[in-house]
Design a binder for this molecule. Sequence first.
Ligand code: CO8
Length: 377
Amino acid sequence: MQASYPGVVISGTGLYRPPHVITNAELVEAFNAYADRQNALHADAIARGERAALTHSSVEFIEKASGIKQRYVIEKDGVLDPARMYPRFQPRPDDQLSLMAEIAVDAARQALAQAGKSGADIDAVLCSSANMQRAYPAMAVEIQQALGAGGYGFDMNVACSSATFALEQAVNAVRSGASRCVLVVNPEITSAHLEWRDRDCHFIFGDVCTALIVERADTATGPDQWEILGTRLATQFSSNIRNNFGFMNRAEDRDPNDRDLTFYQEGRKVFKEVVPMAAAHIEAHLGQLGLEPTQVSRYWLHQANQGMNQLVIKKLVGADAGSDVAPLILNEYANTASAGSIIAFHHHRADLKAGDAGVICSFGAGYSIGSVVVRKR
Ligand code: CO8
């Protein structure tokens, strides 16, 4: 006898958008001031050839190389202070809601409202993000309590694929009967883990938090439901996107300013290696489900680089990525790690009709690729 599994839908999304914008012009002005200060400070060593002078960043390079025009951040002054170059956050006492939980609760409440659910309807919380604010207790458990949710919560991290990998866990939990209604949140405070003092990457990231409600189709009542047709995850080890920050740094007698303790990457290699992997992954996943890439109405792709997304789409459907096929949000939000494809899904799905298929797909550090194929109900 064949087992029958409940249908699963995404019935709500939410988006926390930070209050501050940093334009490329503001960012470049701060970086160049920092570079000039460093060069003046180390003028003798530079003159002796013992140290390379820092070169200026440029708005033109950033926009041409990435498509990014601005980013949102939770705290702006510290990032733009040439004497600091990273955000300034106040530590909070243990009895106050953590910053990461706060933005997750904000996005979660929006997703719950869209799905017509309350916190009490949630029986699992997955907090999945490229960086966690602390080691323990899990952020997800704090968010669970703040929302009055039941069941259990846990944290997970698959860098830029954290959201899609969490979606698969949520779908499986509902499909197996273990959970009825799962909240997935992706609080990405990337500003705290970006190296704003490195011109190769200082423009890449922005802060944000996304939320998704994943529930049984037979109990979903919200007006906007997306049936999950399938999920597919893949990983392949690479150090081309890496961050060695971790709990052992103190024991290694590391300088907290060591370059490898914040985000670093071989951007060009990532670009070249990940584009074919992502396109082949999506094509194979669609094939498994009996779909051709051209039968998909919309691709909500990871938002790291405009050129990358255009190439992925070209490989899939043989045409340049028009914004109707693969909407871009990175011009406004920059790369928001795992939240990028979910922001695209949040902003760009209202015009699709019942029966239309779409693909949410992330790709990033790991390497990791996650695709979720959905159909509008
Ligand atoms: N201004 C002016 N010139 C610059 C700048 C700048 N800001 N930066 C670099 N240049 C120069 C370089 O020095 C180089 O000069 P030269 O030719 O003389 O050596 C020239 O410009 C070209 O540099 P690149 O080859 O580096 O430039 P690219 O065209 O490759 O563009 C990109 C760089 C935009 C980074 C591009 O390679 C890219 O987007 N690649 C894809 C990367 C990607 O997708 N990464 C995914 C990472 S995100 C992820 O997985 C999540 C990780 C966890 C998140 C953690 C939160 C912080």
